[in-house]
Structure formats: structure tokens, C-alpha cells
Design a protein around this ligand. Sequence first.
Ligand SMILES: NC(=O)c1ccc[n+]([C@@H]2O[C@H](COP(=O)([O-])OP(=O)(O)OC[C@H]3O[C@@H](n4cnc5c(N)ncnc54)[C@H](OP(=O)(O)O)[C@@H]3O)[C@@H](O)[C@H]2O)c1
Length: 325
Amino acid sequence: MGKTRWGILAPGNIAHKLAKGLLTVSDAQLTAVASRNIDRAREFAREYGAPTSYGSYQELVADPDVDAIYVASPHSLHREHSILCLEAGKAVLCEKPFAINEKQAREMVDCARANGVPLLEAMWSRFLPVTLKVRQWIADGAIGEPRMVLADFGFRTGFNPQGRLFDPNLGGGGLLDVGVYAVSYASMVLGKPDQVTGFAEIGETGVDEQAVMALRYPGNKLASLACGVRTQTPHQAWILGTDGKILVPDYWHATTATLIQAGKPDETVNLAFQGNGYEYQVMEVGNLLREGRTESEILPLDESLSIMGTLDELRRQWGVKYPME
Ligand SMILES: NC(=O)c1ccc[n+]([C@@H]2O[C@H](COP(=O)([O-])OP(=O)(O)OC[C@H]3O[C@@H](n4cnc5c(N)ncnc54)[C@H](OP(=O)(O)O)[C@@H]3O)[C@@H](O)[C@H]2O)c1
């Protein structure tokens, strides 16, 4: 197999970043872009040198020259758009959160497995070189047994009831937009929680504007997480173990991490991105296709489902239910 031929479905804000990252991957090429509006597709395609533009998503999935599709629509449409692609036999890299809820995510996973097609949640932080290094430290026992994760991701944006971040019809709220990074990071280190609780401030549009969460894992391991779209937080992850700790500043787009062990000098790694960081998940899908695999070992589908289940439980406790649920 030669280069992975990519299509982009829904060229909004984040699709620009993905396209920039993709252009740095030697065995990937951007082949086609599809928007609901052909002019938007053409403009995006021109900007990133894609030869083909479509004015509908259906045309993109029917293109035989496309191997993999990046789904970058709002969360509320991830299920519909991923399934559209998977049923057409295309590998799918779907933006985070994987879907609105675990039920929708399971339909995507079932569809991918039934069709034998690769599907990957675009939790891009997971594929960064620093994140892989952190996992290696933990696997090597550098901090002993991990006991606790502290992680947060919150930013302060202006209130806009029509905007994606506040509109319940588009799956608004901080938990699904950025809290998912913290929940996913804790999942990476500690696995699936057996108890989840938290408090959220629910805003005028009925979605969570800031929240704190406490998660308990088998063996009484714990995570303390925070998120928000109306509150700026430090964006740090701490992994605390029996014999040391790891600090990952800006863990969601990390290029550095520090290993702190008693009686030893701190060890800091700096691993710059090849492009803007979004390229590593693109490479992972390419690896899956080349190696004939359908699921990533770095972020397996069952883990993406478990993460969605955690988000569901938190929203249930907070009374945040979306109109399409
Ligand atoms: N990984 C990251 O760092 C990161 C960062 C930001 C966002 N995200 C995720 O990426 C997804 C998209 O976020 P975004 O900020 O890029 O959103 P956005 O700028 O609003 O773009 C979403 C695109 O989806 C398409 N779309 C299709 N149906 C739509 C509908 N009913 N309403 C609105 N848009 C619709 C639109 O493209 P056309 O109309 O042109 O087809 C639109 O440009 C979200 O799930 C978000 O969580 C990830």
C-alpha cells in the first residue's frame, strides 16, 4: 500500500489543524474535502492542496480514491457521519468526544467491527511522543504503582447561547468538549473507574460550564479532575505513584514532561512535534491500514466506550441531557 489517501468531512475550525498536521506525514496525502457547502469545500481544498472537493458528505464516502476519512463535525453528528463512512468501507478517525453518549459510540464501534474497518477516536493527545514516553516511564516502574491522577482542562470563553460550546443540540458543555481530555488521561493511567461523582455549574442553556470530578478505580486508586468552558485552569496532569510522580504541563498538547523520583535528580524530556501534533493520530490510522489492523493498541475502542460511559454517568448525576438522547 502506498500513501494513505485522506478525506476530510466537515472542514470547520479543528479540521484546519488536522490538515496542517497531515501535510507533514510522508505516507499520507489529503485527497478530498467535503462540506455541506461546495464553496467552503473548495476554499479549504485550495488552502491545503487537496485535488477534489465535494458539496456533500455522501459524495466523499463514495470516492474510491479515498482510504480514510477524518470526521470533524460537532459531537452530535459523530455517530451519523462515522457510520456513513464506515458503511462505505472507509477507515475513520473521528473527533473527540467519540459521540454524544456511550450508546451512540457503541453503534459506531459495532458498525466498524461488522464491516472490518479501522475506527479511531481522535484523542490526539494519546498519540503524542511525550504521552508515549510517560506511558513507558509508568510501564518501567519509574514511579512505582500509580495511585492518583490529577488533571484539568478548562478555558474561559465568552457566553454565546448559539455557539457549539453552549448549544445542547450540538452537545454543548465543558465535559464533552474538554473534560474528556482529563477523563481520558486518567483512563490511560488507571483504567476503568468503578465509581464516579462530581459537581457541575449548569449555565443558562442547560449545559455544564465548569465541573469538578472524583473517580475511584479498582484497588482504591483515585483521580481528581476539573474542566470548564467558562473557567481557565492550569492544564496540567500529575501522575502520583508509590515511588515518584510525573508532571505533564499542557498534557493535552504536551511536548515536555518531568519524572520526579525521591533521591534522584528530576528527569525532563522535551519532544517537539514533527508538525503541530495532530499528525500522530493520522500516522496511527496509516499504521492500522498498512498492517491490516482495525483497532489501535494505543487507544482501543473498548476504552473509548468506557470513557463515554464515564461521561454519561457524570451528566446523569448533573441532569445534563441532550435533546437527541
Ligand atoms: N482535537 C482538538 O484539539 C479539537 C479542538 C476543537 C474541536 N474538536 C472537536 O472537533 C469537532 C468540531 O469542532 P470545531 O470546533 O471544529 O467545530 P466547527 O468549527 O463548528 O466545525 C464543525 C463543522 O461541522 C460541519 N457541520 C455539519 N453539520 C453541522 C451542523 N448541524 N451544525 C454545525 N456544523 C455542522 C460544518 O462544516 P460544513 O458545513 O462546511 O460541512 C462545520 O464547519 C467537535 O466534536 C470538537 O469536540 C477537537
